[in-house]
Design a binder for this molecule. Structure first.
Ligand code: NAI
Ligand code: MG
Length: 359
């Protein structure tokens, strides 16, 4: 077979983003080296983020999206720092890339790892493994609304934040979820809704779910209100396989899922443009963690797990599986960062991951 080179744009951005992207790159390069030329990674790193904004007034260069669009993938760290308001940094970089490149499917697996204690007692004796599929292009993060609409002056300010639900947007994410369910041991999709209170968008969401489900008679389904689903994550997680939810609901639930697995630092994600018209973006779920940034304490496993999702996207599932095995061997051996109860540094975990690639 032809040797393959994958061109990856690295955007470490802020705080621990830099530390975990560096760790992920090291692990991926070790994997490529080990492939004896079967595949390699060609990296280009971009300096965008809050420091860049402080210097230039821009979160990303004007031609930034143009420069990114021909890469095979984007490997992202985390954006946000106290020197820039969060809504400016998030919209200016991460959401800009997600929306411009139509990365409408955000995949967030909830993985339980050996050697990592879960706050769920159930996790000790029950097989738990589910994935949150997040609608990533519209919903509550459509950016529709305005502030001080009526000009009522000080003390009378008004803000409106709307959510956008389209039939096309709901349908494509639900079909994606059903297709994913068919590849899993438990063939089930749980739809997260709030149609009792949100009678327009969420009722459309429910209607599309019911319609799409008819095309997948072999897939078990349920529709659960988001408040009940948050309880279910804690009390009956063994009942979950694929959980499909709107942008905001999935954002919240996936942080809960990663906390249940032991730490936000473990959680991986992929922002996919399934049509492959644009590059997809792979990033840990966590943010820039200003409280621990620059101290070598960041858990790199979320970023490395995101790299495994990138390998899957590249059509290298056996390499992705090797990364997952290395992650499991590392945590099972007790090489853990502080957030999961250990004393290892980012670098020590990274070295252990590379050592276990040879297992
Ligand atoms: P955060 O995820 O940065 O931190 C929450 C907690 O988790 C902190 O205690 C932190 O130390 C811990 N944590 C996060 N990642 C970790 C890792 N790899 N290893 C060990 N512990 C880790 O969320 P927070 O504090 O709400 O936000 C901080 C900044 O990050 C804000 O500016 C926010 O806007 C931004 N953010 C960016 C995201 C992104 O780029 N995708 C996602 C979430 C937040
Ligand atoms: Mg989040």
């Amino acid at each position: 077979t032809q040797p393959r080179t994958f061109r990856i744009a690295a955007i470490p951005a802020d705080g621990v983003g830099a530390e975990v992207v560096a760790a992920g790159r090291t692990v991926l390069d070790a994997l490529a080296e080990d492939s004896r030329g079967a595949f390699s990674f060609d990296w280009e790193e971009f300096p965008w983020g809050c420091d860049y904004y402080a210097k230039t007034g821009k979160m990303i260069d004007d031609d930034g999206l143009d420069r990114l669009k021909d890469f095979d993938a984007i490997y992202f760290g985390a954006v946000g720092w106290p020197n820039v308001p969060d809504h400016i940094s998030l919209w200016g970089l991460r959401l800009k890339i997600c929306q411009s490149f139509d990365q409408w499917a955000n995949i967030r697996p909830v993985h339980f790892l050996p050697g990592v204690q879960s706050p769920l007692r159930k996790a000790d004796d029950t097989e738990l493994d589910w994935v949150v599929v997040r609608e990533n292009s519209e919903g509550e993060y459509a950016g529709l609304g305005g502030r001080n609409l009526s000009g009522r002056g000080p003390g009378g300010e008004v803000a409106l934040q709307s959510a956008l639900f389209t039939e096309v947007g709901c349908e494509r994410i639900m079909r994606f979820a059903f297709d994913l369910a068919r590849t899993r041991a438990r063939c089930k999709v749980s739809s997260v809704t709030k149609s009792n209170a949100q009678q327009y968008g969420m009722v459309l969401w429910d209607d599309v779910f019911k319609r799409v489900a008819q095309d997948y008679p072999d897939v078990e389904t349920e529709s659960v209100l988001v408040d009940a689903m948050s309880a279910k994550f804690v009390l009956k997680p063994e009942d979950l396989s694929v959980v499909v939810a709107s942008n905001l609901n999935a954002d919240i639930l996936s942080d809960l899922g990663s906390a249940l697995a032991g730490s936000l630092g473990l959680a991986a994600s992929a922002n996919l443009n399934p049509e492959r018209r644009f590059p997809s973006m792979f990033e840990p779920v966590h943010g820039s963690a200003p409280d621990i940034a620059g101290q070598g304490l960041a858990n790199p496993i979320g970023a490395v797990g995101s790299a495994a999702l990138m390998l899957d996207h590249f059509g290298l599932p056996e390499q992705a599986a090797r990364l997952h095995k290395a992650i499991q061997a590392t945590t099972a051996a007790g090489v853990l960062t502080r957030d999961v109860g250990g004393t290892a540094t980012t670098e020590e975990v990274t070295k252990a991951l590379i050592a276990h690639l040879a297992d």
